[in-house]
Design a protein around this ligand. Structure first.
Ligand SMILES: *Cc1c(COP(=O)(O)O)cnc(C)c1O
Length: 243
């Protein structure tokens, strides 16, 4: 088992688009308001080329170098977006700032301040999402937000992030725990949406219009709970090849 071939990627992509449309319709949402980010981490550059042939233009990567290498391999194709969705180490902040269009995984004030400095250097304003840990799993990065009593304590740092000129704070991101079935992920997505409403109320200076939630196993439920971005890898590109 490994990365899917040309015909499978095309078929998988169209099946996922249909599932996004159906999930949106099930709650009366417009599917155009949901962005599909295709996660290429762990797949070879060849998978990115096949995805481009299938019409995919929005990609997510977890590691800066891997993403930059793939970006440079696609330099001839216009209109591609690269989303950083993995934990960013401080020393990678410059590379992320230079090459990525979005950062979903902003998980500390320190990283925000570093990204802001590089944004000034590169003359950019980078749209960012705060990665939030709403499940309490200790394997997860993100702002500690698994119960409401912790939310107030986040406001001071988030308010500082909202005021950084090089960043454009747009919303929240989360990863639900892994389950065999999408339904148990629903309360985690609901909690992220409530947290977004809390920030919107308390820090109206930021936009709070984006919710990045939902992966291959749970994106239909995430869309029902308000996802505006879903991050899907294996359902389109196949299982990640073993390193
Ligand atoms: C790997 C990854 C995904 C995609 O996972 P799949 O289960 O392959 O769809 C989405 N988001 C993040 C943060 C990831 O690390």
């Amino acid at each position: 088992m490994g990365s899917a071939g040309r015909a499978d990627i095309l078929a998988n992509y169209h099946r996922v688009l249909q599932q996004i449309e159906d999930a949106a319709a099930s709650v009366g949402r417009n599917p155009q308001t949901i962005k599909l980010v295709v996660v290429t981490k762990g797949h070879p550059v060849q998978s990115v080329h096949l995805a481009l042939e299938a019409g995919i233009r929005v990609f997510g990567e977890n590691y800066a170098e891997e993403g930059v290498a793939k970006k440079l391999a696609c330099i001839g194709t216009p209109g591609i977006e690269w989303h950083m969705i993995g934990h960013v180490q401080s020393r990678k902040a410059g590379q992320v700032c230079q090459h990525f269009d979005w950062v979903h995984s902003l998980d500390s004030l320190k990283l925000a301040q570093r990204l802001d400095r590089f944004a000034a250097e590169y003359g950019r304003r980078i749209p960012v999402l705060l990665e939030c840990n709403v499940s309490g799993e200790d394997s997860k990065f993100g702002w500690a937000a698994w119960d409401e009593t912790r939310w107030e304590a986040l406001l001071a740092a988030i308010s500082q992030i909202a005021s950084l000129p090089g960043l454009e704070l747009r919303g929240l991101m989360t990863m639900a725990p892994f389950y065999d079935d999408p339904e148990p992920a629903r309360p985690h997505f609901q909690r992220l949406r409530c947290l977004r409403d809390f920030f919107r109320q308390n820090l109206p200076e930021a936009h709070w219009d984006e919710l990045s939630m939902g992966m291959s196993g749970d994106f239909t439920v995430a869309i029902q709970e308000g996802a505006t971005m879903v991050r899907i890898g294996s359902a389109i590109l196949g299982p990640r090849p073993k390193a």
